[in-house]
Structures are given as C-alpha cells and as structure tokens.
Unconditional design. Structure first.
Length: 76
C-alpha cells in the first residue's frame, strides 16, 4: 500500500514558479485559479488524497513555502 501524506502550501509565500507541480509524481498539485494578495497564482493541492509524502515538491521549492506531513500510521 502506498504511503499517505498531506501537502500544505503557504499561498502568500508562493511565487508561482510551479516547479512543485512538475516534481509531483502523482499529480497532487495544480495552479490555483485565484491569486494571492500579491496577484500571483500559487500552486495548491487539487488532489490531496493522492499525496504519498514523497517530498519532491518540498525539495524543489525555492521559497520554502511547502510542508509535507507523513500520515502513515496515523488514525483519524
């Protein structure tokens, strides 16, 4: 069974480079349809249930605005 994860992106810190979207192997992230306070269209987790906590998006983010949580073994 694949790992379960959660990705959180700080919309206001994201500069919209979209590197994280290309780095995600399971297509969790997409470009948001609404701008942040700076007028930038940040990335957002459009398919959060697909996240496997691989950390690729975190690794490529030049602004360190992404957090990854590994939910494996965590019960709701």
């Amino acid at each position: 069974m694949a790992r379960k994860g959660k990705v959180v992106i700080d919309r206001e810190l994201c500069k919209g480079c979209l590197l994280c979207i290309r780095a995600c192997p399971v297509k969790v992230l997409e470009k948001d349809t609404g701008p942040n306070a700076s007028g930038i269209y940040p990335s957002f987790p459009a398919n959060p249930d697909k996240c496997i906590a691989c950390g690729n998006c975190f690794e490529v983010c030049p602004d360190v605005c992404i957090e990854i949580f590994d939910l494996e073994g965590v019960s709701a």
